[in-house]
Design a protein around this ligand. Sequence first.
Ligand code: GAP
Length: 508
Amino acid sequence: MTASATNDTLMEDIVGLCKRRGFIFQSSEIYGGYNGFYDYGPLGVELRNNIKQAWWRDFVQCRDDIEGLDSTIIMHPEIWKASGHVDGFSDPMVDCKESKLRYRADQLFFAPVIVNGETIGYVSIVECIDQQEVAEKAAAEMKRKMAKQGELDTIVLKEYTEAKPEQYELIPSPATGKPGSLTEPREFKLMFETKVGPLADDAATAYLRPETAQGIFANYKNIVDTGRVKIPFGIAQIGKAFRNEITPRNFIFRSREFEQMEIEYFISPSADWKNLHREWIDTCTDWLVSIGLPREGISEDIHPEDKLAFYSQATTDLMFQFPHGEQELWGIACRSDYDLKQHQEHSGKSMTIFDETAKEKYVPHVIEPSLGVDRTLLAVLSAAYTEDEVPNDKGKIEKRILLKFSPKIAPVKAAIFPLLKNKPELVEVAKRLYKKLQRRWNVFYDASGAIGRRYRRQDEIGTPFGITIDFDTIEKDGTVTLRDRDTCEQRRVSEDELIKFLEEQISG
Ligand code: GAP
């Protein structure tokens, strides 16, 4: 018996809005789409750029201890041997022989259904927000169908990776509901391979990078040799990463082509790394709040010591309450000197640095805050998506959809409206103001339709401010109406006040 995941309307609403308003499209849609790949439309690319720019400004330009880098996507294949990715970067995969569907074994759960101490069958479920509840319902249904009397034991879900060989034949496939069609878990390599150069032999095999981090480690020596860095210091990079995910899902949360914003922060081996790790966790949390995520939606997942990678001293993930449940948004790991030492050994180049303060030479340790751009964008969209009720032009209460983006990252910062499009004197002033603001920010001009409808269109794409040019503007004092997206409140401001206000809200 199989339990299916529940449908989440918030995710559906977000996906629908993203397509309708030109934020995000399924890649290759005219050919039926391509699973795990997404394209960003006009509004999506603005939002994405604003997130990246905010991160770059706050972590690179506003810090004296962090330098920027932009390394290539395809690098010397030896880098991926040194980093351990060629041998170890894989996920456990399981196939359903009947439906030909493929699952990640660590995202597939099963439990025996036990009535009065007797196992009457198994339930299986693909990881979802309410998996316990769904599994319990499926178990109760199995008991009812098999007409078993007595007490149903508590359902204890386990990862399919923990299944014993004798259980493989008994666990049902989530696709067919029939036991025995799932294979045992086997490792599936996540790196995309390609060939470099004219000879397509094995020696030409190269990889699309699965993380930007190794580009940083590979350039660490260049930056130490050419920059004026001193310990502690960081190297930051934003760029594409590629993983042949077994089950890309939940929209842009887990895709096969995505972008990362990563920092490798190099510290002395004798530094108080626990304290520095804590500082990074706090800094990262504050940054997420600064771009509009609610603090109460963010939590910390501390990886237990026995689950840490062998080179890791500690890892804490910042989790976010996504529409499909609480999931990892930002991984903050203490990676010791593992990567640099590996590259030192494989390349034969020294990765030591001379610490001027301590007067000693060593291979530094590293703290790595690693954040996905697309995941941040999904978090921002989920936090911003709101439905409320407001009066329309005639005073009638109507439902509206709005995106409460922070002005800092909103794709369109303000919309400029002449009250009437057939009054050249209003249009002229509105267009002049539009051209003036356009030199500094991404703003939008809209003259068509009733003013209320024009406001609604902007609310739905998260434009924080509406600026209306009306008869008072041209006949009285030159002031314009400034409307707030969230409260719908309107006030009159002069052009100077308007620009000062926008500056504070967008860049402040
Ligand atoms: N260098 C460390 C590293 O790459 P990771 O936990 O595998 O660590 C870091 O990835 C971050 O990259 C994640 O927290 C997530 O935000 C993002 N990320 C990872 N895989 C992703 C995927 N398939 N799709 C979208 N974002 C992903």
